[in-house]
Design a protein around this ligand. Structure first.
Ligand code: SF4
Length: 288
């Protein structure tokens, strides 16, 4: 529950607010950029939601890792918001309930006949475990990199899931059952593609040549209106990450990007390919 007594004074006046426990993960700004903005060291409500976009505010509130988003009148949440299917009938679900341990990274559930796959880890909560059980549980946990492991071990224990992580990031998940080294299929149509750079063991997962789960290697930027990579949050090697993105553009196509941090986007596969090629060119230039 957001703390009224800690309401950030920079919020616009009105019912909705962000409190000062915000860790500035950016998740609310990625989910609802028209409602949430950035101030010194955190997020604020920059426009009060209208009835038409109040659901977006609730989705951001339920995703917030520090429960910093709320209403002055302490309105109750409007029912179960997550898991939330990304496109009707897609079988791909946004899980909300981001974890502070992964700095608010998004996690995703893919419901498949071959066995459900959790990509990265939300906060462990029975509020999410119950609905996930109704969707068939979790057979595999695919970790994009060491930073976004969060509660993966608890999810694996709860559902008896195999856990995949790249060998170079294995220290973050010593309980992993399967270590990735090269490009390989976790299941038919679900491919792990190593993309070192953000961390040495970063991986993206490509589902059905359409859905690309990118961790912190690649995302959409609302500010730029384009694909982006995070030079200021590159922990291993920007040069290596640039090579990884170039290889990804060469060898794969996708039409949806679902990241850990940063905004998600869906579009035309050729357009996203061209944007990735241009991003690689920009990444190769010296830092401004
Ligand atoms: S999601 Fe929560 S912690 Fe993250 S920036 Fe928004 S208010 Fe802050």
């Amino acid at each position: 529950m957001a703390r009224v007594d800690l309401r950030n004074e920079s919020n616009v006046p009105g019912e909705w607010f962000v409190d000062t426990r915000c860790i500035d993960c950016g998740t609310c700004r990625d989910i609802a950029p028209e409602l949430f903005g950035e101030t010194r060291g955190g997020s604020i409500v920059k426009r009060q939601p209208s009835p038409a976009d109040e659901l977006d505010a609730w989705l951001a509130a339920q995703a917030c890792p520090t429960a910093s988003i709320g209403t002055m009148s302490r309105q109750p949440r409007p029912g179960r918001l997550y898991p939330r299917e990304v496109g009707e009938g897609s079988g791909v679900f946004d899980l909300g309930y981001c974890s502070e341990d992964s700095f608010g990274a998004s996690a995703w559930l893919v419901v498949r006949e071959a066995g459900n796959v959790l990509v990265d880890s939300p906060r462990f909560t029975e509020a999410l475990a119950g609905p996930i059980a109704e969707l068939g549980g979790i057979d595999h946990i695919a970790l994009t990199h060491r930073d976004d492991v969060a509660d993966a071990e608890r999810w694996a224990e709860r559902f008896g899931a195999r856990v995949w992580i790249h060998a170079d990031d294995r220290v973050a998940a010593p309980y992993a059952t399967d270590l990735l080294t090269d490009e390989q299929q976790i299941q038919a149509g679900f491919v792990a593609v190593p993309t070192p750079g953000h961390t040495r063991g970063s991986v993206v997962f490509l589902l059905d040549d359409r859905w690309l789960f990118t961790g912190d290697s690649l995302a959409w930027s609302h500010e730029r209106g384009d694909l982006a990579a995070f030079r200021g949050a590159c922990w291993y090697s920007w040069e290596v990450q640039t090579e990884s993105m170039a290889r990804l553009a060469d060898q794969h196509r996708f039409s949806v990007v679902l990241p850990g941090h940063g905004a998600r986007v869906s579009g035309d596969a050729d357009d996203l390919h061209d944007r990735l090629v241009r991003l690689v060119e920009q990444m190769g230039r010296p830092a401004a």
